[in-house]
Design a protein around this ligand. Structure first.
Ligand SMILES: [Zn+2]
Length: 270
């Protein structure tokens, strides 16, 4: 059995830890901080063998150098990228630490956990952004969140929309592990876009209860996102109409609907 455990970092980041049965070897996804990870590993006598990086924002990579110092055999797997295309200032230059650089279509094999992941390129939040898909789970970093999506840093709305389509084409029972706990906030916006939606109202109630109990609302599933996340429902007439009302004009392409929703949400929450 594959167990996936959240290690909390910063105020709302999740560092996902993968463990097969009760074996001591574990895989970490996006360790933005080292301290909480090392604490957890030591307390539970675990040995990290691989780090998977979805993209190079500091809150996903900040713990890599420290962890590598403490566990020198760690293999660090992350996006192959052209640095000239990435906006500077928000990214940490960790590629030098990568032992394997991967891109669309590559297979990441981790024999110690008897698992392999298919690499999917999902630009939009950043240009280098990857998802790791395997064994009915996908790690999608900051592209999608529960009922919402990441901001556009170095990608475009067109890219973002294509990447969302790629993730939504996965089997509907795929569990989606994103890197932040934003679901309840996002559902607030989803209710503005689709005020009549029973699915959104129901998810809001359930996830609010989880949050009050200190439980994680992540993972969700592709099926749940398809019902309750306006950013993956761009072709739904009610979503398109709400985006057109915000934009004040007709929107013909899915990416235009996406761009309007993203701008609307940014303007409400900033
Ligand atoms: Zn990010």
């Amino acid at each position: 059995m594959l167990n996936i455990t959240p290690i909390h970092a910063f105020s709302d980041n999740y560092i996902w830890m993968l463990q097969r049965d009760n074996l001591p070897q574990v895989v970490l996804v996006d360790p933005g901080q080292s301290e909480p990870v090392i604490r957890y590993l030591q307390k539970n006598n675990l040995q990290p063998i691989v780090i998977l990086i979805t993209h190079q924002h500091y809150d996903h990579t900040g713990g890599v150098a420290d962890l590598l110092e403490r566990y020198p055999k760690l293999r660090i797997i992350g996006p192959d990228r052209n640095p000239s295309k990435i906006k500077l200032g928000i990214d940490l230059p960790v590629p030098d630490l990568f032992t394997q650089k991967v891109s669309e279509g590559d297979d990441v094999k981790i024999p110690e956990l008897n698992i392999s992941f298919e690499v999917k390129s999902i630009p939009g939040h950043t240009l280098d952004h990857l998802a790791y898909y395997g064994e009915n789970v996908v790690f999608c970093g900051d592209l999608l969140f529960g009922a919402g999506c990441g901001r556009i840093f170095s990608g475009t709305a067109q890219m973002f929309t294509g990447s969302i389509e790629k993730l939504m084409a996965l089997p509907e029972d795929t569990l989606m592990y994103c890197a932040h706990e934003y679901t309840v906030d996002n559902l607030g916006f989803a209710k503005w876009v689709e005020p009549e939606s029973e699915d959104i109202a129901q998810r809001d109630k359930q996830d609010m209860q989880k949050q009050e109990k200190g439980e994680s609302t992540v993972p969700s599933s592709i099926a749940l996102e398809l019902r309750t996340n306006p950013f993956v429902r761009l072709q739904q007439p009610v979503v398109r109409q709400a985006a057109e009302e915000y934009a004040g004009c007709d929107l013909h392409e899915d990416w235009q609907v996406f761009a309007a929703l993203r701008e609307w949400k940014d303007s409400k929450y900033d």
